[in-house]
Design a protein around this ligand. Sequence first.
Ligand code: THG
Length: 264
Amino acid sequence: MIIIGELINASRKEIGTAIEAQDVNTVQQVAKDQSDAGANYIDVNAGIFVGKEPQYLEWLVQTVQEVTDTPCAIDSPDPIAVEAALKVHKGTAMINSISLEKERYDNLMPVLAGTDLKVIALCMSDGGMPETVDDRLKIADKLVNGLVQNKVKVENIFVDPLVQPMSVNNDFGMEFVVAVEQIMERFEGIHTACGLSNISYGLPARKFMNRTFMSMAICRGLDGAIVNPLDKGMMASIIAAEALAGRDDYCVNYLKGYRAGMLA
Ligand code: THG
């Protein structure tokens, strides 16, 4: 499972405050904690700061990279902010994300074309949010074909079918996981990834919904996740679900996790 640590997000109070105060220590501690907990990418998001997002995103990348070699996932819908952050990023970043929204697509594609960057392809278009498997597959098809035509390797693409709240529509959970399954079948070598917490929006005890949904998505082939790597319950669910899905030969990783105290 490719873990993208979600905690450096300006919508979280601790981080929003730290960004405004240019508080290096807080950001670096959260970065280190997440890489120590096993994050493969550190998501950086300064989305609440309209006008200052490029400047702040650039600062986040530099600040994070002073203390860890774990690459960043540059999380912004704004191509100008993405480019500013990418310019200072060392190593191979992940772009979070391109979508089928015209402005975003047209401006980000040249940045990605022919590179070895990782990219999240978010199933969203100017037509709005996808609801059904078919909505998601149609957008995924166009995004993946467009990226491949622009010489982005299929192995570098993470399709995010877009999690929608269960509280809004009874079908949103299954439409998402079936989309994961079909995307993984349709494009050999591709990855899928998503943010989980939207599934439980508006419900109590969100942790249970989030963890169980994670297991269901892993069962259908999900192999990337934007999560809190410090959430031990979530990480334990991921390790167990991967073993149960047959993606952990001889349960080696599960046993290793147990010995490391991750399954307590
Ligand atoms: N897809 C893609 N990118 C995304 C999302 C997605 N980026 C943003 C978001 N969704 C994922 N990131 C977050 C970041 C923080 C939180 C939720 C999603 C959050 N954190 C808890 C808090 O601050 O209270 C802490 C987490 C915890 O303790 O469990 O709310 O869908 N491509």
